[in-house]
Design a protein around this ligand. Sequence first.
Ligand code: DGI
Ligand code: FE
Ligand code: FE
Length: 208
Amino acid sequence: MSKEQPLAIEYDQPLCPLSHSELVAKLHSALRQKRFEHVLRVEKTAVKLARQYGVNVQKASIAGLCHDYAKQRPDEDFVKVIKEKGLDPDLLNYGNAIWHGIVGAEMVKDELGIDDEDILNAIRQHTTGAPQMTKLAQIVYMADYIEPARDFAGVDKARQLAVTDLSAAVAYQTKSTLLYLLKQGVAIYPETLATYNAWVPANERKIE
Ligand code: DGI
Ligand code: FE
Ligand code: FE
């Protein structure tokens, strides 16, 4: 029994071949309980932001639910898709953290039958961001970062920015994440740097 209750929403647009409850059931079987509850919270947060910013609520719901669909797949599944679909071979130098969005979107398309490119791009971009992001992609990127169970220094600032200035919120997350990754000493995926250069204004690049 999940302590996080799914949102009540009806899909009446040609975006997803499944009903909302059927899609939730797919996520439930693809993910362990904690991760499943995270995607339910990301969906709710994304839907709220979509209502505020006049973005298609059904797309926000589907992208929120599916953003981490592939998070718990074995590495071999991703490697197979990268090779079969001829995705950028540089992806092979990274791991699940980068693959589950960019490559995971292909699994969402092929396994769940979701082929709306706005939704797929929001899933592709949810970890690294991208220089050009639609409002939907910005919302999913933020919702993943600020969902109610997130608890880290700066999350309240990110929550506040998300409801007052969406692009400032994207910039805030992008800068904070890059700093965190540098401190962790991990490889920075080129798209993460491209997002930083595109979204973080020159006068906000100094590290205090
Ligand atoms: O899947 P979630 O945990 O909900 O969140 P996420 O998809 O935003 O992030 C997954 C992980 O990816 C997180 O630990 C940070 C990491 N990450 C983000 N950008 C980069 C990265 N890891 C590497 N190595 N390089 C990046 O550029
Ligand atoms: Fe993720
Ligand atoms: Fe997530």
